[in-house]
Design a binder for this molecule. Structure first.
Ligand code: ADP
Length: 184
């Protein structure tokens, strides 16, 4: 299939595809949230819309207990009405410079993967974190995101499937190009 790129990193299948992350049937999907966890536009809005109010309630409980979720960190809620059982909420960087933003973007992917493993999940779907409202240029974000995922999986992971779900063709093209350079 032309609009799908599949590779194997250690024990894990890595798939880049065009689609809607809210429709994915992986054990968890990742939300590109903001620190307040109150929901917002873009993929965050879509996840709360499809998942229903229980996700926001769990987010609010988390914030009243732990405070806001800093950029580069991750937390989880159940998936509500989504096909996925869990939502892993992470906060990407608001893009300022490559030096400042790349480590935070990398951390958002790593912390999400770690949390998925702590929850004993087998499959996880990411959207393209920070490349919408947070302004991270796609061509710069794609290699950082993929490098983070690949490095993590190469260390050895029990995850069987990691998907990068691109909402638009230009997003898919950027991740596909980055993967051709990074996956041997
Ligand atoms: P951020 O604030 O982290 O930049 P956005 O939600 O604004 O997050 O955008 C991140 C990416 O998510 C963009 O590429 C946007 O097109 C994409 N996106 C929006 N809705 C969906 C969806 N339902 N599934 C997958 N990706 C989505």
């Amino acid at each position: 299939m032309a609009d799908q790129v599949t590779s194997r990193i250690g024990q894990t299948k890595l798939v880049i595809l065009i689609g809607d992350v809210t429709k994915q049937k992986t054990d968890a999907i990742v939300n590109a949230a903001n620190s307040s966890l109150r929901g917002g536009g873009g993929v965050d809005g879509a996840i709360h819309r499809v998942g229903g109010p229980s996700i926001k309630e769990e987010c609010q409980e988390y914030v009243s207990e732990h405070g806001a979720l800093p950029p580069g960190k991750a937390m989880w809620t159940h998936g509500g009405n989504l096909p996925a059982r869990y939502v892993i909420h992470t906060v990407g960087p608001i893009y300022k410079s490559e030096e400042g933003s790349a480590p935070v973007l990398r951390s958002a992917y790593e912390e999400s993967l770690k949390l998925a493993e702590e929850l004993n999940l087998k499959s996880l779907s990411f959207p393209s974190i920070s490349t919408g409202a947070y302004g991270y240029p796609l061509e710069a974000a794609a290699p950082v995101a993929l490098r983070a995922i690949i490095d993590y999986l190469r260390e050895g992971s029990r995850l069987e499937l990691v998907q990068l779900v691109c909402f638009a063709k230009d997003t898919f093209d950027a991740y596909k190009e980055a993967s051709e350079k990074l996956v041997e």
